[in-house]
Every structure is written in C-alpha cells, then in structure tokens.
Design a protein around this ligand. Structure first.
Ligand code: UT7
Length: 328
C-alpha cells in the first residue's frame, strides 16, 4: 500500500561551548580573516568532554517530539545519520531510542558522511511511503570535534558539533517529490578517517600517525562539490517536473560558503532563498541540513506547499538531493 509522507516535527540541538576563529588562532597558525574569507565560518559549537553524539541526538529528538506533540513510543523506527557514532557498534540509533524510552522499536544508523541527511531522508521517506512504518524519526548528529586534529590547520577550522531531528509521518498528501543520490568510492582517501576500521585497526602507531582524525584533500573535495550539488538538485527537481524557479528554499550542506555561493549561482537561485548558517556552526556533516531546517521552522518562515531542496555532498565521495513539499 503506497501512502504519502510529511514532516510533522523538527528539532535541533547544538552544544553550549563555542570555538571562535580567534580561539583557533591560538591553537594553529591561522587567523579570522583567512577562515572567514575562505569558508564563511566564524564560530562552531563543540561538545563537552563527557558528551557523545547520542547525547546531542537525544536533545534534538526531544525537541522534534515536542514540536510534533508526540511521545517517543509513537515512533516506529529511529534512524541516525552519523560518522561519529558513540561506538563503532552498536548503532547510535539503538542508544537514542532507548534513552527516549522507545526500546524495542526499529533503530539503525546510516553512515554516508555529510550526505547522511539526504540519504537518510530518502530511506526514511521510503519506509513510510511503502507502508512499512507510519512514523520514522531521522536524526543527523555529529561530534566531529572528537575526530578533528587540532594540530592541522587545513581541517581543524572547518568542523563543529550538533544535531537535527525530523519526524516523518504517513499522510494523504505526499511531500516527497524526488531524490537523486550518488557515490564514487574510487578515491576514498580524498576525505576519510584512515584508522580504527578493519583496514587499519587501532595500534600505538595509528594513534601516533593521527590516523583516527579526519584527513581531507580540501581542493579535491571542493572541485567535485559544486557540480554534484548542482546536478543532483536539478535531477531531484526534474523528477517532480519542477525547476529551480519553483523552489522556495534551497537548504545546502554547510561545508564552505564559497561552495554554496558557486552552486547557487549555477542554479540561479536568489540569495534570500538559500538557507545559510555556516557562520554559527561550521561544518556539522549530517547535522547541517536539519540544523538549518529547524531554524527556518522556528522562525516561522515555512509556508504550506513551499518546495524545498535539500542538497549535500561529502566523504565516499557521495552526494545527493531531495526535493520536498512543505506541509504546514
Ligand atoms: O563536508 C564536506 C567536507 N569538506 C569540504 O567541503 C571542504 C571543501 N574544501 C574547502 O572548503 C577548501 O578547499 C578549504 C577551506 C579546505 C581550503 O580552502 P582553499 O581555498 O582550497 O585553500 P588551499 O587548501 O588551497 O590553501 C591555500 C593556502 C595554503 O598556503 P600556500 O600553500 O598557498 O602557502 C594553505 O597552507 O592557505 C593555507 N591554509 C591556511 N592558512 C591559514 C590552509 N589552511 C589554512 C588556515 N589558515 N586554516
């Protein structure tokens, strides 16, 4: 039985501690001018030492539940998109569901780096539209500061922590308009965490060589990001017989303001339709899109039938976009 799907609740959470560009300039050879002009970033929120990704996810989930007027027990499945799980296993979603009092419900993680939210939205919406589950919670949550090398100026200025959650529910109107996902695993080392998996299990040497941190060839990622964001946005829209002119908002993954500006220029989307909060949060990987969506929602800027395109790219390499109709 095919049914429609809509978003009935959005929530987000960012940890209290702030790391500014000036703070970073005390750690590595960098400065506010370089970081601001090359990335658009000013601050990032950073977890406390005793906080893990599930702690952020639970807070965002509670806010989404409150917004929807639902209890966790009314959710049928929990999906967490993250590359910074509490543990390599079990899935962080199991811990989150348990903490919310929903033990026994389906729970699993999605690991596709910064594309996690758009992949997760495609999967979660599919579960609802196919009638497998009526309500699915999707959370993008990251503690990237825990895998960031604060001696490497090329990466440490970029990443922050946070979480965003949405609740999808079966509906007579269908808000899922189209999705376009892709991946190319031919050069995984362009953006990866080399140590800690089965290829390079943790040893004293992997730790000494900083293999447990994010490693990135920034320029390589930059080059593919703009074209993939443009192509996947257009394809997702085309599947719904729409064009960029039909978009009320573009919510891009917040990796670099210059990447966002280039992509939106190609798509010919005016700046007021592009949701950008990179100055406040930096790059929070799979959390960046739901953090931005939660801002739009709480500001009361979303109207019935607004067409939104969510678009992301990241490690894999991976990319994707989802076109969505907002139901108020
Ligand atoms: O979520 C997806 C994950 N990642 C991304 O999307 C990242 C995509 N890439 C980028 O955003 C950009 O490539 C960066 C922001 C990472 C770097 O910007 P760039 O304009 O590509 O700079 P660059 O790597 O070409 O470096 C230019 C210069 C270099 O110095 P030289 O060789 O020209 O003397 C770097 O050593 O800037 C230097 N540099 C810095 N200087 C001050 C690199 N990092 C810093 C820094 N502060 N933090």
């Amino acid at each position: 039985m095919q049914q429609g799907v809509r978003i009935v609740g959005v929530g987000s959470y960012a940890p209290e501690r702030i790391l500014t560009n000036e703070d970073l300039a005390k750690l590595v050879d960098t400065n506010d001018e370089w970081i601001s002009s090359r990335t658009g970033m000013k601050r990032r929120h950073i977890v406390a030492e005793d906080q893990a990704t599930s702690d952020l996810a639970v807070e965002a989930a509670k806010r989404a539940l409150a917004r929807a007027g639902l209890d966790a027990g009314q959710i049928d499945a929990f999906v967490v998109a993250t590359v910074t799980p509490d543990f390599l296993f079990p899935a962080t979603a199991c811990l989150v569901a348990n903490r919310l009092g929903a033990t026994g419900k389906a729970a699993f993680d999605i690991s596709i780096a910064c594309s996690g939210f758009v992949y997760g939205l495609t999967v979660a919406a599919g579960l609802v539209r196919s009638g497998v589950y009526n309500r699915v919670m999707l959370i993008g949550a990251e503690s990237l500061s825990k895998i960031t090398d604060y001696t490497d100026r090329a990466t440490c200025v970029l990443f922050g922590d946070g979480a965003g959650a949405i609740i999808l529910e079966g509906s007579s109107e269908d808000c899922f308009l189209g999705s376009s996902l892709g991946a190319d695993g031919s050069n995984p080392d362009v953006l990866f965490q080399p140590g800690g998996g089965s290829r390079n299990p943790a040893t004293a040497q992997t730790i000494e060589e900083h293999q447990h941190y994010i490693h990135m060839a920034g320029k390589e990622v930059f080059k593919f990001a703009v074209s993939k964001m443009v192509d996947s946005s257009l394809t997702a829209l085309q599947k719904a017989h729409l064009t960029p002119d039909d978009m009320a908002y573009l919510i891009p993954h917040q990796a670099n303001l210059r990447i966002i500006d280039s992509a939106t220029k190609y798509l010919k989307v005016p700046a007021e339709k592009v949701v950008v909060n990179i100055a406040e949060y930096g790059n929070t990987s799979s959390a960046s899109i739901p953090l931005a969506l939660a801002e739009l929602d709480s500001d009361g800027r979303l109207k019935q039938d607004d067409v939104i395109v969510f678009v992301a790219f990241g490690g894999g390499l991976s990319w994707g976009a989802v076109a969505w109709r907002w139901a108020a």
